[in-house]
Design a protein around this ligand. Structure first.
Ligand SMILES: Nc1ncnc2c1ncn2[C@@H]1O[C@H](COP(=O)(O)OP(=O)(O)O)[C@@H](O)[C@H]1O
Ligand SMILES: N[C@@H](CCOP(=O)(O)O)C(=O)O
Length: 313
């Protein structure tokens, strides 16, 4: 359950008082999601999502919400915060930075099919193109430098075999880091798992959510993150036709360069490594806190995916 900060009717009314969005009808906490507190809020004028940021200060929120604002201005279906009548979109609610967005249409797809992969590929390329004129880009705090700096700490939790795997992969990435740096860069979503996307109708993309990892990065990395989550089983086996559909959707808007095609196996490995490390870190933090947080994401899933991508190369 991901409602870390319970809100009362008067909390929500205090926020709505600054808007012309009608009177509060109902509200309920959203169980999906991991990091932040989210509520569906219904007023006489429409449906909204209220997000309270649990781990970030207001100035950090300002930095990573800028992409959603930019894309929203260009008409893309992302959760862009709505300004109140004083032109304020970032609020303080229960001592947390808070934003109010339109509730976007659609629902999550549990098991994405090639048609979904094609649709997200196309939407991702449109997002990359639309973000190209937004500068400067936020630095990736889970990028190559982080992989190197966090690994010694996480390594102490691993078996000897897993330590060897981690060290070998870090060395491989170090040797090819220059090639990665030379790839086309821009704003990337950075966490485009299928639980961050809504579909309406059969395979019609409704919205891209959770842009809170958005940062500067190799554009190909976003595709690799999607491939490792949407296009394979939890063991890392490719679903038939899924990667092909993802790449075809993407290239219908932005064709990949020859360098990007060459680097695909390298970047798939890097994308698997990144989520192996971040999930190991989450488990470690939860253990240290003897945590009340429950929504574990299994690090071994991405260890297996890394092993599969290495074996394929
Ligand atoms: N603007 C929105 N429209 C519709 N549903 C939303 C919206 N924002 C969030 N949600 C719902 O809330 C869930 C959690 O949001 P998310 O941003 O992924 O949270 P977290 O950062 O805590 O992981 C989403 O999976 C989605 O179901
Ligand atoms: N979608 C990711 C979690 C988001 O990454 P984080 O670095 O913000 O923890 C996953 O499934 O592991």
């Amino acid at each position: 359950m991901s409602v870390y900060t319970p809100l009362s009717e008067s909390d929500i009314n205090s926020l709505l008082a600054g808007y012309d969005l009608g009177a509060l009808v109902s509200f309920r906490g959203i169980e999906a999601g991991i990091e932040n507190t989210n509520y569906f809020v219904t007023t006489t004028d429409g449906e909204f999502v209220l997000t309270l940021f649990e781990h970030h200060h207001g100035d950090e929120v300002r930095e990573f919400v800028q992409l959603a604002r930019h894309l929203g201005d260009k008409g893309l279906a992302v959760p862009a915060p709505i300004s109140n009548r004083n032109n304020v979109w970032l609020h303080d609610l229960c001592n947390r930075p808070a934003i109010l967005c339109q509730r976007l249409p659609g629902s999550h797809v549990a098991n994405p099919q090639p048609g979904h992969c094609q649709a997200i590929g196309e939407a991702l390329a449109r997002m990359h193109v639309a973000a190209a004129d937004l500068n400067p880009r936020r630095v990736n705090d889970r990028g190559y430098d982080w992989w190197i700096s966090i690994s010694p700490e996480l390594s102490s939790d691993l078996s000897a075999d897993d330590q060897a795997l981690l060290n070998d992969e870090l060395e491989h990435q170090r040797q090819h880091h220059e090639a990665w740096i030379m790839l086309p860069h821009g704003w990337i979503h950075g966490d485009l798992f299928h639980d961050n996307v809504l579909f309406s109708g059969e395979q019609q993309l409704g919205a891209i959510l959770d842009l809170y990892n958005a940062c500067d990065g190799a554009l190909l990395y976003d595709l690799a993150i999607i491939a490792n989550d949407w296009c394979c089983t939890v063991n890392g086996d490719w679903k038939e036709g899924a990667v092909e559909a993802l790449l075809a959707g993407y290239e219908s808007v932005r064709p990949l360069t020859a360098e990007e095609k060459d680097c695909w196996p390298l970047v798939l490995r890097g994308a698997a490594l990144r989520f192996w490390l971040s999930r190991l870190l989450t488990v470690r933090i939860q253990r240290l806190r003897a945590a009340e947080m429950t929504l574990h994401k299994d690090p071994d899933e991405f260890k297996h995916k890394l092993l599969m991508r290495r074996a394929a190369q």
